[in-house]
Design a protein around this ligand. Structure first.
Ligand SMILES: [Zn+2]
Length: 430
């Protein structure tokens, strides 16, 4: 693992550095580490694209599955050992805050500081005044190198941004310092996330958020804004692709400028949350990264577990197919309970969900085709897919009956996981 020295307001800092491209591979049940890692290794070997794997797991997932970060760490270490993988890898404490970070300290070396809930709370007036003062030079016409039109930043806009975001970034500072004290600055990577909110952040807001991050001396290497459009779990992007393209490009240039202005780590890059399956914007992202020679972190929506269900349906084994169908039936019957924690990141048309009795008559292939994300496939149903996606609680309740089935059908399941990451994600993005 390379350490990396950078200057923060003329003081030298040493931090653990993450590579240019990285992929967050969430894995609800911690059984697919090898299949996931082999897709990454395949990309390195055959495409010469080095992607750093990051096993991410959020507090919300751990609570629902009753798992711990120690299991995530073990999954990652075991996969690395089994495949003789020699590259860097990380274990991400995903979407953590000051109240739950302690459970993650020992086993994580990547921390996603989630401050979405603090956005909109006001910082102390003195802090707001000082921040506005320090950023005076960027008011009026803000020229970002590479962007033709300057942004209008009246004094009132800067004040409004400070009032909306400064407190949240101060919170991130508290979490960061808590982790730093426990682990030491050069033993982890820091991400700041603000994606789980309703409104997207503009490039100008991003610029001043980065100013606030530098002010808190958080050596962020990845930042997850809320982009324009819907990033629903496990399905394609919904929104205006050309608007997304414009904002994504502006964000890249804003980061570049902010790194120089505020002395942030020079490998600071965007993190795209719920980034799996966003097939219609992958070419846009891929082209812009190439154009500006930038890195990215793509955090998946934890869809690996859907590949497990697809794999079970593909086994030709009656029991395994029955289990896949039972998981759907269970999720169908508990729609409101399962969907409500994910309300901002799913869109399910209930009228388009097949009845469990009907699904019961399907072949395994029909089930797999309905669930697998192949746009244009006659059987593919994004409503069915999103419902099963949030239904991992149902699978978790099967306990060892579910995980034993994964072990019995390891090969078929692993093949789905591999193909999904390699064919539908890595090849489409890069
Ligand atoms: Zn997120």
């Amino acid at each position: 693992m390379h350490s990396f020295i950078f200057l923060f307001k003329h003081i030298k800092y040493s931090i653990m550095k993450i590579g240019k491209y990285s992929f967050g591979i969430g894995d609800r049940f911690a059984h697919q580490g090898e299949a996931q890692l082999s897709a990454i290794m395949q990309a390195s070997q055959f495409l010469r694209i080095d992607i750093v794997p990051v096993w991410n797991k959020s507090n919300r997932e751990h609570t629902i599955v009753h798992s711990t970060q120690t299991e995530t760490r073990r999954e990652a270490d075991d996969a690395v050992k089994a495949l003789n993988y020699a590259g860097d890898y990380f274990v991400d404490a995903d979407h953590i805050n000051l109240y739950n970070v302690d459970h993650f300290l020992a086993d994580s070396d990547f921390f996603t500081l989630d401050v979405a809930d603090s956005i909109g709370k006001k910082a102390a007036q003195d802090d707001i005044d000082a921040f506005v003062d320090e950023n005076q030079q960027y008011t009026g016409k803000l020229h970002i190198p590479g962007i033709a039109e300057p942004f209008d930043v009246p004094q009132s806009a800067l004040t409004a941004i400070a009032e909306k975001f400064l407190f949240a970034i101060q919170e991130a500072g508290k979490i960061y310092r808590h982790i730093e004290q426990a682990k030491g600055a050069d033993h982890f990577v820091t991400e700041v996330s603000m994606d789980e909110v309703s409104g997207a952040q503009s490039p100008v807001e991003m610029f001043f958020i980065l100013s606030a991050i530098a002010r808190e001396k958080i050596p962020a290497q990845t930042i997850a804004p809320k982009f324009t459009g819907r990033f629903n779990k496990g399905v394609d992007y919904v929104g205006d692709v050309s608007q997304f393209e414009k904002e994504f490009e502006a964000d890249l240039l804003v980061i570049d400028f902010a790194v120089k202005q505020f002395g942030l780590p020079d490998n600071l890059k965007l993190s795209v949350h719920s980034g799996s399956d966003k097939f219609s914007i992958y070419p846009v992202i891929g082209n812009l990264l190439k154009k500006y020679d930038k890195g990215v972190h793509i955090k998946t929506a934890g869809t690996t577990w859907l590949e497990e269900v697809i794999g079970l349906a593909m086994t030709g084994n009656k029991e395994a197919i029955g289990l896949a169908k039972a998981i759907y039936a269970g999720a169908f019957g508990r729609f409101d309970e399962l969907c409500s924690p994910y309300a901002t990141v799913i869109d399910i048309d209930r009228a388009k969900l097949p009845l469990p009795e009907e699904v019961d008559r399907w072949t395994g292939e029909k089930f797999a085709g309905t669930l697998r994300h192949v746009p244009g496939h006659p059987d593919y149903n994004p409503n069915f897919r999103q419902l099963i996606h949030v239904g991992y609680k149902v699978a978790a309740e099967y306990e060892t009956a579910y995980t034993d089935a994964l072990k019995t059908h390891k090969e078929t399941v692993g093949r789905q996981v591999f193909d999904n990451i390699y064919q539908r994600h890595i090849l489409k993005m890069f």
